[in-house]
Design a protein around this ligand. Sequence first.
Ligand SMILES: CC(C)(COP(=O)(O)OP(=O)(O)OC[C@H]1O[C@@H](n2cnc3c(N)ncnc32)[C@H](O)[C@@H]1OP(=O)(O)O)[C@@H](O)C(=O)NCCC(=O)NCCS
Length: 163
Amino acid sequence: MIRFAPETPDDWWEVEALYDLCFAPGREALSSYRLRDDVERVAAMCRVARDESGVLAGAIRVWPIAVGDAPALLIGPIAVHPTHQGEGLGGALIRDCIAQSQGWDRALLVGDAPYYGRFGFRLLKDVVMPPPTNPERVLGLELSPGGWDGIVGTVRRASSETS
Ligand SMILES: CC(C)(COP(=O)(O)OP(=O)(O)OC[C@H]1O[C@@H](n2cnc3c(N)ncnc32)[C@H](O)[C@@H]1OP(=O)(O)O)[C@@H](O)C(=O)NCCC(=O)NCCS
């Protein structure tokens, strides 16, 4: 049985180790990490999943960003331990995370459309991530009806007013 909980400060290094295991070396060189530097996370949406022994099975983190002047959520990184992949945990983590998004109108992530499409994420043609991001991987989810309508521009770090 897997339990979901908010990530606490005590979870930090365990989550980092899971990300190191699941992502290619140099993950922190990605442009999406520059959007996170020195920005406080959306604590309620950063979730961990632990198995019955308390071992970390998955984690997801979320930061505020801005697209033009519009506040948005940057979802991810998300990772599931290789021993638990393909069991539906990734999907459950995404849904659990999004369930905590009250007050936000839109979310963005950089990922594979065939996977994230099943959760409602669609290609954002008019939103530009800092290079070198493949534009085909810039995906958005409406958290309120029309949440992405008319939102265009470059993704930037959240100012303190949007975080
Ligand atoms: C991506 C990840 C979070 C998915 O978690 P998971 O628990 O294995 O996913 P689920 O069990 O919810 O879903 C599995 C399904 O998604 C599919 N899937 C997984 N990753 C996919 C991808 N990148 N592209 C397309 N489909 C994908 C699987 O083929 C499987 O399909 P099925 O339901 O038709 O059998 C996990 O594989 C992982 O941690 N990968 C390494 C880190 C990573 O790439 N993170 C995402 C960065 S954008």
